[in-house]
Write a protein that binds this ligand. Structure first.
Ligand SMILES: [Zn+2]
Length: 152
């Protein structure tokens, strides 16, 4: 994973390329975003940034996120609750499991699933360009968890 400063620099370059002026507030939003690894939504990013600058508006955050998404610097996820959540686009490919009770987003990656998806697509005559996989789950009681072997 890239360092925070490097991420901020990438975001800044993307905003400039999109013709947006680099303001103090935008820089603050970029820093908050670069530091967030928990798939926050725009309101969450706003709340974190607002703590440092109470003159910040939510619409500035939305506009900044929109531009970064268009530029491909961040990825937007719309999980079942319909809220857009964001993460850096510079990470290794991974999929998401969403806890239906807490909304917590857990990242995972599975070479088996990747291979299976490629196989299915190939059988249908396609090569995969991208994919998204979302699992929705509920934490199992501890007793049941123990009885399931990892590589069963
Ligand atoms: Zn993620």
């Amino acid at each position: 994973m890239k360092g925070i400063d490097q991420r901020v620099a990438v975001f800044e370059a993307e905003l400039r390329q999109a013709g947006l002026r680099m303001t103090q507030q935008r820089r603050l939003i970029l820093r908050v975003l670069a530091e967030s690894d928990d798939h926050p939504d725009a309101k969450g990013i706003f709340t974190r940034a607002f703590a440092h600058d109470p003159t910040l508006s939510l619409s500035t955050v939305y506009r900044t996120m929109k531009v970064l998404e268009t530029q491909g610097a961040i990825e937007r996820h719309a999980f079942e609750d319909g809220v857009s959540r964001y993460e850096h686009a510079d990470q290794q490919h991974h999929d998401h499991l969403i806890d239906v009770e807490t909304g917590k987003v857990v990242e995972f990656s599975s070479p088996e699933i990747e291979a299976l998806q490629a196989k299915i697509a190939a059988e249908l005559g396609y090569e995969i360009v991208r994919h998204r996989l979302e699992l929705y789950g509920r934490k199992m009681p501890a007793g049941r968890r123990k009885s399931i072997k990892k590589n069963a």
